[in-house]
Ligand binder design. Structure first.
Ligand code: SAM
Length: 333
């Protein structure tokens, strides 16, 4: 199998494929990724050494003759955040995805298999991006199956990451044409711990500590979990940059944190010597711990040349490989 891994990032799609077909040592992967730090991570688990490339510069011959395309295009055009306003195809960041759809129409040998991953609003909003994707795939005679899957619900993994997936193939129809919210029966038979404690590192980088000043200013906005929690919020690329809505933080002591924060509000002690938050044990999840929650294998790690900021950004942009490996298995079944 020759796989073209578009928007490759740190290589989640390749790892998911290899988890689905662990006996397959023949398949080759061509990652296309613009971010040098992501390619550096990718190269640590690849025999061939790849260079960063921009999808916009790809020509038909660059994408022709592959058996499979994997794509997780940037989600900003379909989400409402500070830097994105659900502009869909009017957002410049969707240009590369549209460029790929044009190339797909032009190749002499179409990929037999395609998998696309994106945020759930890509489907829910019924926007132009998805409409264009469906139109091209239907014109080219692909059979299609769509999913919205959360690893917390489908695999009992203690991390929420509700995502849209589209499977397309030329050779065989799918049983279900309506949107699926559960993994196919053929999913990989793997056991996952339901508890946060089983995904944690023994030695956590110093930078994961949350400073007193951050606890004072933003502590009440955090989603706080503990070792025995069975859920964490979706970790985004802005984790540690913003306190709210970017991922959970871990309580490392037995204190009643809610009561301490209440007291803190009343006393308004702002990081001074007697601040009641001084003894509160709270830390960020390490990038490797987030990777563990997202199903990455034990051997996966970030090279020392990448900064913590880059690591959070890259893992926050990546995929749940446990979910994707089951979907790839189904796609090729
Ligand atoms: C949603 S992330 C996908 C991450 C990937 N699936 C993984 O496992 O890490 C989108 C990726 O596309 C990359 N990207 C965005 N625009 C690109 C472009 N024009 N050319 C190549 N890569 C691009 C981003 O740097 C980012 O790594």
């Amino acid at each position: 199998m020759r796989v073209l891994e578009l928007f490759a990032g740190v290589g989640g799609m390749k790892i998911a494929y290899q988890m689905a077909f662990s006996d397959d040592k023949e398949s080759t992967f061509e990652p296309i990724e613009i971010l040098p730090a992501a390619i550096t991570v990718y190269n640590t688990h690849s025999i061939s050494k790849h260079r960063a490339k921009n999808i916009i510069g790809l020509k038909i011959h660059d994408v022709d003759n592959f058996d499979m395309w994997t794509m997780s295009p940037p989600c900003q055009p379909y989400t409402k955040q500070k830097s994105s306003k659900e502009l869909d195809l009017d957002d410049k960041r969707s240009d590369c995805f549209m460029h790929l759809l044009t190339l797909l129409r032009g190749v002499s040998k179409r990929p037999t298999y395609i998998i696309v991953e994106n945020v759930a609003p890509f489907y829910v909003r019924n926007g132009q991006g998805r409409m264009e994707l469906l139109k091209v795939l239907k014109d080219l005679n692909y059979n299609i199956s769509e999913y919205i899957i959360n690893p917390k619900d489908s695999l009992n993994i203690p991390n929420s990451r509700n995502r849209y997936y589209l499977l397309a193939r030329l050779n065989k129809t799918f049983d279900n044409e309506i949107l699926q919210t559960n993994l196919p029966e053929s999913k990989l038979k793997m056991e996952y711990s339901a508890f946060v404690r089983d995904y944690l590192l023994k030695n956590v980088p110093q930078e994961c500590e949350i400073t007193l000043s951050t606890k004072c200013k933003r502590g009440s906005l955090f989603d706080i979990v503990d070792l025995n929690s069975t859920s964490t919020m979706c970790f985004t690329k802005n984790y540690t940059k913003y306190a709210e809505g970017t991922g959970s933080v871990l309580k490392t002591s037995d204190q009643d944190i809610a009561a301490i924060f209440e007291n803190h509000c009343v006393r308004k002690c702002e990081g001074d010597e007697n601040c009641c938050l001084k003894q509160v044990g709270l830390r960020y999840f390490a990038p490797k711990e987030i990777a563990n929650l997202m199903g990455f294998p034990d051997w996966f790690d970030f090279p020392a040349s990448t900064t913590m900021k880059e690591q959070y950004r890259m893992i926050g942009n990546s995929i749940n490989v446990s979910v994707v490996s089951s979907l790839i298995k189904h796609l090729l079944s």
